[in-house]
Ligand binder design. Structure first.
Ligand code: CP
Length: 300
């Protein structure tokens, strides 16, 4: 099956992924990290945009599951000779891969590719569109820490407008029963957003505070903020975080800009789940690749 957005998953599949990710999370802490669910399978990773966490964790996930992994070298490929994205994907598909994991700057590019090829397509982030596996690992991390998602108050703060993480994580949090508040500068909130945009109101009483990076590479005009101004007005400082609920946690999908949207000391503190998110990223992607390739609907 293809995984292009969170809504591609049934409730049963979402529940299955959360349970499987928890299993692989514990498994990966053991000395023998091998699992053989994908033995003999072939997976291509095609990243047309930079990545550290998503690229490495899909690579590790596929290898730990026993699959053969091939990296598509976007910068050295025949795209530079004018070959289209779909022809590129058809070429990779003709090599009998079982899954194509792709990141692309154009929203909807994975959907276009999925409509053209036989292999399962997993969206690893499409521009300002969706990042379903990030959303999945975020809710799995919250579930791992609190033992539930339902009933928690979650503040997602920062550049909501340009964030595919905000789209996917927000959708999954609400689906699992969390109460989500979005906050950020007016220019970085979704068009038509009519809720509170003050970070102080969003953080007060929250169980989870998720900070997002300003995606300056996607801004039409610079914010014009002076050094330190963004953190003081919209960022997560220790003072702001002190107003969150007792036992509250800090999350960030990364990459983070320390002292811009988040205090570095807070990111490194005992309240932070940021490295747990990274660890859960490998576990969740093991679960996702298994579902995408071994699901009975795979290859349809
Ligand atoms: N969170 C995330 O997608 O990080 P990368 O861009 O490093 O993959």
């Amino acid at each position: 099956m293809d995984l292009l957005r969170p809504s591609d998953l049934s409730d049963e599949q979402l529940d299955h992924l959360l349970r499987e990710a928890e299993h692989w999370f514990e498994h990966n802490r053991g000395t023998d990290k091998r699992a053989d669910r994908l033995g003999g399978r072939s997976i291509a990773l095609a990243f047309f945009e930079n990545s550290t966490r998503t690229l490495l964790s899909f690579d590790m996930a596929a290898q730990r599951m026993g699959a053969m992994v091939t990296h598509f070298p976007a910068a050295q490929s025949s795209l530079a000779k004018g070959e289209t994205l779909v022809d590129t994907a058809l070429t990779i598909d003709a090599m009998q891969v079982d899954a194509l994991v792709m990141r692309h700057p154009e929203p909807g590019a994975p959907e276009t590719v999925a409509a053209a090829i036989r292999a399962a397509v997993v969206n690893a982030g499409d521009g300002t569109g969706e990042h379903p596996t990030q959303g999945l690992l975020d809710v799995a991390t919250i579930n791992h820490h609190f033992g539930r998602v339902e009933g928690l108050k979650v503040a997602i703060c920062g550049d909501i407008r340009h964030s595919r993480v905000a789209s996917s994580t927000h959708a999954l949090l609400e689906r699992l029963g969390a109460a989500v508040t979005l906050a950020g500068p007016a220019a970085l909130l979704p068009e038509g957003h009519d809720g509170p945009d003050g970070i102080d109101a969003a953080v007060a009483g929250a169980d989870v505070v998720m900070m997002l990076r300003i995606q300056r590479e996607r801004l039409a005009a610079d914010l014009g903020d002076a050094p330190g101004e963004y953190l003081a007005r919209y960022g997560l400082t220790r003072e702001r975080f002190a107003t969150a609920a007792p036992g509250a946690v800090v999350m960030h999908p990364g990459p983070m800009n320390r002292e811009v949207e988040i205090s570095g000391a807070l990111a490194d503190s005992e309240h932070s789940l940021i490295s747990t998110q990274v660890e859960m990223g490998v576990a969740m992607r093991m679960a996702v690749l298994d579902l995408a390739i071994n699901d009975p609907a795979s290859g349809d």
